[in-house]
Write a new protein. Structure first.
Length: 642
């Protein structure tokens, strides 16, 4: 049981929470929600004992064991499975004692260590750690890889696995799904449903909250109020409260009309596809929440495209992947590719094929959600549509009036440190007026002087909102969005869903946010096993398909791979040894360069120039990870050919 009594919390000069009186009981799974900056993470810090209350008391049971995700990004030589095992300090100490006893040939100490391991459940600890790694997407052959060889996103997953491994009575999870793909999110949901302790969960993924939580703690206006039920239930309860507080009738009615038009627009096509039926169910969950939605401060929109031809672009018999030689130069991500020329590939023999014989077209009004396991090629397909990756073979046709708005997973990092939102717009349109910029940015919740503030002080959500605004400013007729919600809070995600529903052009969306992809997408395409094809089902059926896949069918993770053992190489008699040596050398060189870049990212001195160096390193890291994926795929193909 956690009891807050007249609790107040301050960060610097700012009072985040005051007069909080509530009790959280053992076994509850509590979703902690609220706008960015309301004190969610600070509340977690108080529960962990890292900050003291400004006033009042926070009472925890004596000897309560609290586990949470570490914020630092470890760069250790330890094997991944040992790092996860370290989450259980008691078992880790017992295993270490056993190893020391064997090393010293102290057989009495060995016997004592065995007895201790039996007491603390140490004999199945490695198996439990392995299951956690597997569930979070780490193939078995990566469990012994050093932590330092994994990229930043995968180290976040390792921190999550270590937290889940830690014996606890209370588990604090702050945005645990941000670096997970959909299959890992589904696995984590099932794990948390079986967790016997008290769970406090911060998340901006409403489907995840709905499926996991039993209670909702809402932080708003310096107060904290507890609701019984999941996030959807909270919205309905809060909507009723706001209605009782006499929210302006006209405002509620206007929002009701907007939501009803949203529902009507898609209900009309409900008989055409399972996806539409699924979307109607999701929209039904939002019924009777107009007051909450009317209270929302964030409103965004994508202006109508300058031109909207019917047939926008198409891939015919396209092989998608990476050329054998990749340029280290990279363009600024997040900018639309304007009027790309039709291209014909002819490099199939010299590149690494990720997707084969792709036939994929976009017409005005298409709303396509891309589904597929992490690493299966969704981002590769999007980059091919953008024109960032040339075809290995096949044809890409684009209408002369095509204007692409592209949001990549690392677009936020490409914003220029030390500049303002207006500076970014002026770079795109030097001749536009400052007032036009201010009017536009106001619609994206950068009102008044905020338009002139340096982005250095912006939160991750504000930077993501600005990146989307820069895309909207250019009035594209195609939106290619690869994980656009990672930094967005729930209100911004809802606003984005509504804005995309009103967008007249075509949309291709990759997202682990099921609520967003379920509302936006008319059709789904599945990217898996090297092919791209329509998926005639809804998200529940896709989840069932994921669960039905054998573990061996799942793609490998992104960590750097060690060179193949000499014994294995000796068996590859059917493979050209020169080509094999080149492939192995390329993997080793990329791994070394990636490790050097990630070491630089961990250096505090890299932040001294206001973030410019960090942005460059982040861009380079992303490029190297893509090249590493391609190089490893080529090496594995050579091994498989033996």
């Amino acid at each position: 049981m956690i009891a807050f009594k007249n609790f107040a919390l301050r960060r610097g000069e700012r009072l985040l929470l005051s007069d909080v009186d509530l009790t959280l009981h053992a076994g509850w799974r509590v979703g902690v929600v609220g706008r960015n900056g309301t004190g969610k993470s600070s509340l977690f810090a108080a529960v962990r004992g890292e900050v003291e209350a400004d006033r009042g008391d926070l009472d925890l049971p004596t000897r309560v064991r609290v586990a949470s995700i570490a914020q630092e990004m470890p760069s250790l030589p330890d094997p991944a499975i040992d790092f996860v095992l370290g989450g259980d300090a008691v078992v880790h100490a017992a295993l270490q004692a056993e190893a020391n006893a064997f090393a010293n040939e102290d057989w009495e100490a060995v016997a004592e260590a065995h007895h201790r391991l039996e007491e603390v459940g140490g004999y199945d600890a490695a198996a439990r750690a392995g299951k956690l790694l597997h569930g979070l997407g780490f193939p078995a052959d990566t469990h012994q890889n050093a932590v330092a060889t994994f990229s930043g996103g995968w180290r976040v997953r390792l921190n999550l696995a270590r937290a889940l491994m830690t014996p606890s009575d209370m588990l604090l999870l702050d945005e645990p799904t941000n670096h997970l793909d959909l299959d890992a999110v589904l696995w984590l949901e099932q794990w948390l449903l079986k967790y016997p302790g008290t769970l406090l969960l911060i998340s901006h993924d409403r489907e995840f909250l709905d499926n996991v939580t039993t209670h909702t703690l809402h932080l708003h206006g310096g107060k904290a109020k507890l609701y019984t039920g999941d996030y959807t239930s909270f919205e309905r309860q809060r909507s009723e409260q706001l209605r009782l507080q006499q929210i302006t009738h006209e405002k509620v009615q206007a929002e009701r009309a907007h939501l009803q038009s949203f529902i009507d627009r898609f209900s009309a096509s409900a008989a055409k596809a399972k996806q539409a039926q699924s979307r109607v169910k999701r929209l039904a969950k939002m019924a009777d929440t107009e007051a909450v939605r009317a209270e929302r401060e964030v409103r965004i929109d994508f202006p109508a495209p300058l031109k909207l031809p019917h047939a926008l672009m198409r891939l015919n018999h396209a092989d998608c992947g990476y050329a054998a030689v990749q340029s280290s130069a990279s363009t600024r991500e997040g900018q639309p590719a304007l009027e790309p020329s039709p291209s014909r590939g002819g490099q199939g023999g010299d590149g690494v094929k990720i997707l084969a014989d792709v036939g994929f077209g976009l017409e005005a009004g298409d709303r396509i959600g891309l589904l597929g396991p992490n690493g299966a090629g969704k981002s590769t397909l999007v980059k091919t549509l953008v024109g960032e990756l040339p075809l290995l073979s096949g044809e890409r046709y684009a209408h002369p009036d095509l204007r692409i708005g592209y949001f990549a997973q690392h677009t936020v990092e490409s914003l220029v440190a030390g500049t303002s939102p207006i500076d970014h717009l002026r770079e795109l349109s030097p001749n536009a007026s400052t007032q036009d910029f201010r009017n536009f940015l106001g619609k994206w919740s950068f009102p008044g002087d905020r338009a002139f503030e340096s982005i250095d002080g912006f939160s991750g959500g504000e930077r993501a909102r600005l990146a989307l605004a820069l895309i909207a400013w250019q009035q594209p007729n195609v939106l290619l969005l690869d994980e656009p919600t990672n930094h967005l809070d729930l209100e911004m995600r809802e606003a984005l869903a509504e804005a995309l529903s009103d967008f007249a052009g075509a949309i291709v969306l990759v997202s682990h946010d099921r609520h967003l992809i379920g509302l936006v997408s008319d059709t789904y395409w599945r990217v898996a096993d090297g092919v791209v094809k329509p998926f005639d089902g809804d998200l529940d059926e896709y989840a069932a398909w994921l669960r039905s896949r054998p573990a061996t069918d799942r793609p490998a993770a992104a960590p750097a791979a060690a060179p193949a053992p000499a014994a294995k190489v000796a068996k590859l008699a059917k493979v050209n040894p020169h080509k094999l040596a080149q492939a192995e050398s390329r993997v080793e060189a990329l791994a070394a360069e990636l490790a050097e870049v990630e070491s630089s990212l961990a250096d505090p001195g890299a932040y001294a120039d206001g973030g410019k160096r960090i942005a460059e390193l982040g861009t380079r890291q992303a490029a190297l990870r893509e090249q590493m994926d391609a190089a490893e795929a080529e090496l594995l193909a050579l091994y498989d050919a033996a």
